[in-house]
Each structure stands twice: as C-alpha cells, then as structure tokens.
Design a protein around this ligand. Structure first.
Ligand code: ATP
Ligand code: MG
Length: 450
C-alpha cells in the first residue's frame, strides 16, 4: 500500500532518519490515509529522545508541547508536525493519567500502548506499513477494536470509552463485541474524566454520521454524565405524533439535524425533561406539558458538569427553550423573529424543529414542509438584503440628529422604532421614507409633550 505524505511531514520524517533515528508516521494520519480521507494533522513516532528531536530541528520553530510525555511540535513549512518519542506508559493512576511514561526502544511497544488497532499502524516510505495488531484488516472490515485486553485498556484510561464512540460515530465503524462489552462494563470509570474532556468527546460523537446508532447502543454510557438518559430509554410517548420512545426519538433527531454543534447538542437535550413531565389524559394519550422548560433546567445541570464556552451553552439552552415554538412561513413573522433573535439563532431553530419533526410520526410531515419553506424564506430575506437589524437600516444616528434630535438615548429609540416599522412593512427601508417617518415620530412626541 502506498500512502501519500505531504512534503512538510516528509521533511521532518527524513531529517529524523538522516540523523540515524527510526521514524514513522503513525496514528490518525495513517488511518485516515488508508481510508482515502485527508488527515487533519500528522504525527510522527521516533526512537529519538525529545532533547535529540529539539537538537535535530534547531533551525526550525519547535514548540515543546509535552516534553515530559515525549512530544515536540515541529513547525515545518508553516504546518505543525507532532513528533513523539517511542514510549510505554507506566502504571495508571485514577483511570486517566499514567504515573510515569518510559521512553522505550521499540516501535512495537509504542504501538501496543495506543488505543485502537486502527490507530496503531505505522508507516514510512522505506518500511511501508507496519501493522502488528491487525489494524489494516479492522479498517477494511470497519471495526474499532482495542489493542490488547479492552477492559484493562479502559481501566488504564477511561477516556478511551468515549474515543471508541467518537471514532465509531465519525467513521461509521462497528465496535468489536468484546471491546463494546467492556465499554459498558467500565462506564462508571468515566467519573474520573474532566467535564471539559467529556464535552469534547461528546461533541465529536454528536457530529459524526453514525451518531444515532451510538446514542442508542451506548445510552447507559451517556447516562454516566447525563443521568436523565437512563429514564429516556424505552419511555413510551403514547401520542399520535410519536412513533418512537423518547430515547429513539432523540437519537433520530440528532441524526437528522445538520451537523452544526449547537443544533445537535440541542437535539440531544431537547426532550430530556419529558419523562419527568409525562401526563396521561382520560383517553390514555400521553402529554408532556412544560417539558421544554424542564429540559432547559436539566441542560443547565449538564453544562455545569460538562463546562464549555458560554456562547455554545447559552445558544443550546435557548434552542431547547424555544424548540416547540410555532414558526410559520410568513414573511413578517420570520422578520420579527430575525429582529428579536438574529439570523443565526433563527436558522438554528428552524433546523432543530425540522430535525425534531423528522423524528416524529411520518403522518405529520406537513410540518416539515412548512419548516423547509421557513428556511427558504429566511435565506431569501437575507439574500435580498431585507432589513431586520439596525445595521441594515437605510439611515443612522447622524441622520436622526440632523433632524434636530439631540444626541443621546432618544436617537437610538427613534432608530429602533423605525426598524420595527420597517419589519412590520409599514415603511420602506429607504433614506427618504425613513426620514419622513422619523419626522412623524418626532412631531408626535412634541405634541404629546406639549
Ligand atoms: P483525530 O483524527 O481525531 O485527531 P487521532 O487518531 O489522530 O484522531 P489523536 O487524539 O490526535 O487521535 O491521537 C493521536 C494518536 O495517539 C491516536 O491515533 C492513538 O494512536 C494515540 N492516542 C491518543 N489518545 C490516546 C489514548 N487516550 N490512549 C491511547 N492512545 C491514544
Ligand atoms: Mg490527531
């Protein structure tokens, strides 16, 4: 098999070899190359010690990323290449961090500490593929399999449980039976992993093509950090709008949402409040009054456990809050929403509601058509440069001041009033018409003051 390595990574590989050290590209970049996908970064594993690597690349920019763990980042033609010394991990403390790392003599030992067979293949143009653990055939058969005894590997580092789910979701690979069984078995060890890391892996899982399967198959693992998931599995909705239990509905909604992180996170959490809100009427039909607000509360707890940036958190919470808000393909209504919430939020909300509808009974699919129309209408409003924000208003503060309004708070109030008139299609967004309307507002005010 021939793997194409970009020039910037080859430079680093060759230099290490010329200096007398064994060196290979390794890990994700080999896996992705075998799959015919373009790797997002290149990692090299080498027999050179970190100090030796630093010496060899004296004339390069070198970042001592994790010298203790043997990792040095070499900037080659503007791109980073991570160079890591062959190593094995000492005993693991707390199911996450090795107590020590030991630099070792052989590639084989280095590959044996890696997580999955598909990530444990080395390659160099001189040696070709080196595959001690059957990674190539696992890639061919689309299998994620732990290197060595899965249970021991998850006990060493439980983050690997989530990494397996992420790779499976992204690559569409099945997780090998023993590996999968041991993931379930070891799931409580995830309590040793920081919330930030869990959030990063969860995001990767949700963004993958295979997210639905992973959510369904590993909901017990998700419930380690989102406890409500344990109530959602098998929770029947008894409602004509729904054909799935709450968990399946959630998993399908995630899959059907475009891969935008906020939308997929909101899809994951939009109905977590349902089990707590279940109410059955006299006809035996299930309802979930107030579940959006309950889901918001639970989502807040989830974000306390799994901290992320404030923008993402607030966006997701707001999407959950509004996920049942009626939106119709009505020009003015969409513009009002744009005025109130901004373009990006409205676009995310339409996407979320569409995904939600796509995960309901197919009998109610006219809602999907309406939401599609809303999406098209939103794009048209934006493309036609229609006005729904002060930035797009054809006059500004200076124009209002030139009409005799002293600069200050009142100027902003007049502009906001004009904007709302434009959105309501009472005034067209041209300087003349807006000035005229502004004069009207000023005069009306003077009269009421006088
Ligand atoms: P991605 O495309 O997501 O970056 P990757 O396979 O390159 O995937 P990285 O996290 O960049 O993943 O790690 C690079 C390599 O280091 C992996 O391919 C694997 O061989 C090894 N590795 C990373 N994290 C672990 C871990 N927790 N346990 C064992 N090996 C790991
Ligand atoms: Mg990588």
């Amino acid at each position: 098999m021939n793997i194409i390595i970009p020039e910037f990574a080859l430079i680093v590989l060759h230099r290490l070899m010329e200096s007398g050290f064994e060196s290979y590209i390794v890990g994700g970049c080999v896996r992705d190359s075998v799959l015919g996908q373009s790797p997002k970064d290149y990692d090299i594993t080498t027999s050179a010690r970190p100090e030796e690597v630093v010496g060899i690349f004296e004339s390069f920019t070198v970042i001592e990323t994790g010298l203790k763990h043997g990792t040095v980042t070499v900037m080659s033609a503007g791109s980073p290449v991570e160079v890591t010394t062959f190593r094995t991990d000492g005993d693991y403390l707390d199911n996450r961090r090795p107590s020590s790392v030991r630099f070792c003599g052989t590639l084989r030992e280095d590959l044996s500490r890696r997580d999955f067979t598909c990530n444990a293949i080395a390659y160099s143009p001189q040696s070709g593929i080196i595959d001690y653990f059957g990674g190539l055939s696992d890639i061919e058969n689309k299998i994620i399999r732990a290197v060595g005894n899965p249970r021991r590997r998850f006990e060493e580092d439980s983050l690997r449980i989530l990494r397996a789910m992420r790779f499976s979701s992204r690559l569409g690979f099945e997780i090998d039976r023993q590996t999968s069984d041991d993931m379930h078995l070891c799931r409580s060890l995830l309590s040793n992993i920081s919330g930030e890391r869990i959030f990063a892996e969860l995001s990767g899982i949700l963004m993958g093509e295979n997210a639905r399967e992973i959510i369904l198959q590993y909901h017990d693992i998700l419930s380690e950090f989102i406890p409500s998931f344990s109530d959602m599995a098998g929770f029947r909705q008894n409602n004509p709008y729904h054909i799935y239990d709450v968990l399946t509905h959630t998993a399908v909604a995630v899959e059907r949402a475009e891969p935008r992180l906020c939308v997929r996170l909101a899809a994951l959490l939009h109905d977590v409040g349902k089990p707590a809100c279940y109410f059955e009427d006299a006809d035996g039909v299930g309802h979930f009054y107030g579940h959006a607000e309950e889901s918001v509360q639970i989502a807040r707890e989830v974000f306390r456990r799994l901290p992320t940036d404030n923008f993402t958190k607030e966006r997701v919470i707001k999407l959950i809050k509004y996920h049942d808000a009626p939106i119709s393909p009505d020009h003015k209504q969409i513009k009002r929403m744009l005025l109130r919430h901004g373009e990006e939020f409205v676009s995310d909300l339409i996407e979320l509601e569409k995904a939600d509808a796509l995960a309901q009974s197919p009998e109610y699919h006219e809602r999907i058509d309406r939401l599609r129309e809303c999406g098209a209408m939103l794009r048209e409003i934006v493309e036609q440069n229609e006005c729904f924000s002060l930035r797009r208003l054809a006059i500004g503060g200076r124009d209002v001041i030139s009409l005799g309004v002293p600069s200050g708070k009142r100027v902003g109030e007049i502009l906001t009033a004009l904007l709302s008139m434009v959105v309501e299609e009472k005034v067209s967004n041209t300087p003349d018409k807006l000035r005229e309307a502004a004069i009207g507002l000023i005069e009306a005010e003077e009269q009421s003051d006088g």
